[in-house]
Write a protein that binds this ligand. Sequence first.
Ligand SMILES: Nc1nc2c(c(=O)[nH]1)N[C@H]1C(S)=C(S)[C@@H](COP(=O)(O)OP(=O)(O)OC[C@H]3O[C@@H](n4cnc5c(=O)[nH]c(N)nc54)[C@H](O)[C@@H]3O)O[C@H]1N2
Ligand SMILES: Nc1nc2c(c(=O)[nH]1)N[C@H]1C(S)=C(S)[C@@H](COP(=O)(O)OP(=O)(O)OC[C@H]3O[C@@H](n4cnc5c(=O)[nH]c(N)nc54)[C@H](O)[C@@H]3O)O[C@H]1N2
Ligand code: SF4
Ligand SMILES: [Mo]
Length: 705
Amino acid sequence: MTTPGKTASTPPAPVTEVSTHCPYCALQCGTRLHGDREVGVRARPADFPVNRGRLCQKGWTAPDVLTAPDRLVRPLVRGPDGRLEETSWDTALDLVAERLRALRARHGPDAVAVFGGGCLTNEKAYLLGKFARLALGTSQIDYNGRFCMSSAAAAGNAAFGVDRGLPFPVGDLRDARTVLLAGANVAETMPPLVHHLDRAELIVVDPRRTATARRATLHLQPVPGTDLALALGLLHIAVVDGLLDRDYVQRRTLGFEAAARRAMAWWPERVESVTGVPASAQREAVRMLGRAGSAYVLTGRGVEQHSQGTDTAAGFINLALALGLPGSGRGGYGCLTGQGNGQGGREHGQKADQLPGYRPLTDAAARAHVAGVWGVAPDDLPGPGRSAYELLDALGGDHGPRALLVFGSNPAVSAPHAAHVVERLASLDLLVVADFVPSETARMADVVLPVTQWAEEEGTLTNLEGRLLRRRALLPPPPQVRSDLLVLRDLAVRLGEPPSRYPSVPREVFEELRAASRGGKADYSGISYERLDTGECLHWPCPDTEERHPGTPRLFLERFAHPDGRARFTDVDQRGPAEKVSPAYPLHGTTGRVLAHYQSGAQTRRVAELSAAAPEPFIEVHPDTAARSGLADHGLARVTSARGSMTARVRLDPTMRPDTLFVPFHFPGDGRANLFTHPALDPRSGMPEFKVSAVRLDAVPEATP
Ligand SMILES: Nc1nc2c(c(=O)[nH]1)N[C@H]1C(S)=C(S)[C@@H](COP(=O)(O)OP(=O)(O)OC[C@H]3O[C@@H](n4cnc5c(=O)[nH]c(N)nc54)[C@H](O)[C@@H]3O)O[C@H]1N2
Ligand SMILES: Nc1nc2c(c(=O)[nH]1)N[C@H]1C(S)=C(S)[C@@H](COP(=O)(O)OP(=O)(O)OC[C@H]3O[C@@H](n4cnc5c(=O)[nH]c(N)nc54)[C@H](O)[C@@H]3O)O[C@H]1N2
Ligand code: SF4
Ligand SMILES: [Mo]
């Protein structure tokens, strides 16, 4: 078989300095990269609006991953002795295609599944969705963004008619008098963003006294999983204390009465008894928001990653609407999207129920439009598939997929109930992972495909404020390393697709994406590499209009995206976590992030400076809680839930709630937080309950030296 990839793309010519963006989080800080493989690559902060000359520790050290000692530089195939062995691209891709064809012939197209990631550029996410629907003909595609902001997205779509994490530029936060941060630890997760909050009074809602909470004027410390009760209580006080913006509610919204009726049952003392947040602090929070000339309500994963995460996000949106903030030009609601391309990655078709341009896969007009761009019949497009955890859970089962292709995720560490997910991955007939480092998931694969990294490729990403950004190459990739786009193309061709259907040059893929998104909610049709390269600031929607459309930095100023232009309150009520604490599991176990590591840690655990800053997992717990389990500071302990247990040393913190413990999820093996997390899913978004499980803390006897 020939290798179409070999001649298809010319590697980028070496340059010595380039303007691009950090590979990690959704802030997408602007960086200047310079150097080469010989002298080493260095990143410097650029004066870009979101980071204004700042980077966090991860951004400064990101180039180290380019030269990680165990970087994947050759395709690997599992040999007869069970070990991964180097091979050629032709051998690896021929093998994958042959086995996919065989599985499909035997079990049907849904026997092959795809798992994508919010780290993929828009071009990759788009081509991955197209590849799944056309080359594989499968409905079984979803991605890790389901674990990330899917609850806020579902709530935003319902309330506003569209989901763009921040419907305003980050810089608008500088004019805020008060900002409510619900379940977001931005001082560790988006440090340069904190600079935009310098002048605001912060209200932080977090069970832990985080670096962010320490900067706050008011810190509300609820029991994990009770945020919706708190949001209902704040709405209650706003109504009772006369802080409701009646004119705005009447002119710009629907559904207030039902939502307010529900909130009337949540008087401050009842909220205090459920959440632990004193009634006086609730009143103070509403006073701070209500009397501010300009106020923002922002949510993060702390309130969203719950089996009632969508309703909880809706609860905070209700509060913002009651105060007359969204689209008022003097405040608003936003969700702080997480991954580098968490926004764009949820718009262009790697999601189970979605086509490019943020179009619903079940909508006949949407199917017809995209099928037209792809040159197929609408009926050729499969229907919606399983959501991320449901997909992982079904792998290898009686009716589940027999093969999985992973692009941009490390679910062996980051998925809930990880031991079960690992077992499902192991039961597959074929696991293929494209990555640039041997992640824990890649190590389990039958075939590993080595792909390019951020500084070796071109593309676009959409940051947390819906702004399109150009990723630019500083270096040519190592000789045997290929782009995800090329991998998808070469596989598609081997599966019988015409090569012309799979452009592998990012700019060409973007041109097709523009056409596919035209007329959709996330309309990119007026955006081009040329416009971005001249430094234009373009937020979607940016339709291809006769007069160059300037993009839309601020949504909702005139109207919301529902046909009648009005926002919707949602009638929501507190249900509580899927699992209650009990004598056997008396503590609330929650999880999250530390500054030095990113996600499953696959990248940052390979950076010496970051590993030195945060070398191992830990269990953050109140000293009294530790003492009850016979533990002193640094004692070895086990956290156990009904799913399983993880092991780490305790870190005592007297500011912790005594009924709660916290574990970061960046570490593999026995230190995986996800060994105890609960895969209960939010019925509206498919979000798992990462942020609260009923757990027990036990000391682990240590061998005496
Ligand atoms: N350093 C670092 N930065 C990152 C990332 C990273 O991995 N590392 N990842 C990026 C991504 S993808 C994302 S999604 C964002 C996430 O950014 P954040 O949402 O800020 O991150 P988390 O630490 O997951 O959760 C935030 C806070 O929620 C709190 N929390 C836990 N349970 C509850 C609860 O029940 N209620 C409330 N109110 N709070 C709760 C935790 O104590 C934690 O401090 O960060 C992005 N930036
Ligand atoms: N307990 C607990 N679990 C959580 C969370 C939590 O708060 N608590 N948060 C959840 C959230 S918000 C998220 S976003 C997920 C994230 O968790 P994961 O989906 O595991 O994300 P990463 O660790 O970033 O994994 C990305 C992988 O893709 C590779 N990669 C990066 N860029 C590319 C690319 O362009 N192409 C290819 N082929 N590979 C690439 C990286 O090297 C890495 O191995 O974790 C979720 N899991
Ligand atoms: S805040 Fe996010 S984008 Fe900025 S340097 Fe840190 S990880 Fe990179
Ligand atoms: Mo995320």
